[in-house]
Design a protein around this ligand. Structure first.
Ligand code: UDP
Ligand code: MG
Length: 309
């Protein structure tokens, strides 16, 4: 038998913890048929509700339930990293506790691993039940990423992914602080099979992602997997030089033909405002990368454990 570690990040999910356990265990017989034993690793991301006591209750019933509990909220990316680091399985799979990643797909996913794939990833083909503007911006983000990043980042990709120990170790070898998991999965490569499914709405509770949080997260993703925005300053610089040169030629020629040197200070103001705006914007982009670099060189731990079993 080989061991499969199911990594489940939880942040204030007291209602979903037992629900998830039940749903997952329904699939246990099908996995056992394929020679797979289960181990469940809940990663508590600094929950302030009864998430940890709920996990402890499960542990009393079932010794295959494990917990890594953080000292505070470090974010889902950190939880995934901690899960990988503390997993013992020959295979690992990351799943959301809100049942948006259906455990019923597991046996099918595992059969692809047996066919020789290193990882089986999932993407949702619909975004049913999500606010339309959110879907719109999500699509825009993936389109932009496709253009400016060499790393493959799939539209609608979930973090729900089954992988071999080898790939898990590859991910662990990337101890960067600014973690954009979807990009990291793509970056490490390996043979990946994509499975598609319809969006499922979360079982209980509310999403932890506001629009603003998602927006900032997308900027993190861009910073982590592309340096294209840094080029913008150079491109704009060249563009404005060319425009300035053309205008100088135009003004000299006009002066020689019509003799009209001073007029048009409103246009001058517009030009100054525009160029200084562009300069601030570009400085801001450089600042973003500098800030990320600053956080990275501090070499702070990605997470801190308060309790584990
Ligand atoms: N999560 C986490 N830390 C956080 C936010 C979320 O571990 O700071 C977990 C959460 O408990 C859930 C998963 O990440 O298991 C996905 O979160 P959510 O359902 O809120 O995101 P969505 O599905 O709406 O993208
Ligand atoms: Mg969810």
């Amino acid at each position: 038998m080989s061991l499969l570690t199911v990594i489940v990040p939880c942040y204030n999910e007291e209602e979903n913890v037992p629900l998830f356990y039940e749903e997952l265990m329904k699939n246990e017989p099908f996995l056992a048929e394929k020679g797979m034993e289960l181990e469940l690793l809940y990663v508590d991301d600094g929950s302030t509700d009864k998430t940890v006591p709920e996990i402890k209750k499960l542990r009393e019933r079932d010794p295959r339930v494990h917990l890594v509990s953080f000292s505070r909220n470090f974010g889902k990316e950190a939880a995934i990293y901690a899960g990988l680091e503390n997993s013992r399985g020959d295979y690992v799979v990351m799943m959301d506790v809100d049942l948006q990643d259906p455990p019923s797909l597991l046996p099918e996913m595992f059969s692809y691993i047996q066919e020789g794939y290193d990882s089986v990833a999932t993407r949702r083909v619909s975004r049913k039940g999500e606010p339309p503007i959110r879907s719109f911006f999500a699509r825009m983000f993936y389109r932009l990423m496709k253009k400016i990043s060499k790393t493959e980042i799939m539209d609608g990709a979930r973090d729900y992914r089954l992988m071999t120990r080898q790939m898990a170790d590859a991910i662990l070898s990337m101890p960067e602080y600014n973690r954009f998991t979807k990009g990291i999965f793509g970056w490490v490569g390996f043979k990946t099979k994509w499975i598609e499914y319809e969006n499922v709405e979360r079982a209980r509770g509310e999403t932890k992602w506001s629009f603003w949080k998602l927006f900032l997260y997308s900027l993190d993703g861009i910073c982590a997997f592309s340096t294209a925005p840094l080029m913008l300053a150079s491109v704009m610089g060249v563009f404005f030089c060319v425009v300035a040169f053309l205008m100088i030629v135009f003004i000299i020629v006009r002066k020689m033909i019509f003799g009209d040197p001073v007029s048009g200070w409103p246009s001058l103001v517009c030009i100054i405002l525009m160029t200084s705006g562009v300069q601030f914007f570009c400085t801001g982009i450089v600042g973003q990368y500098l800030a990320k670099t600053y956080m990275e060189v501090k070499r702070r731990p990605i997470y801190l454990i308060r309790e584990s079993f």
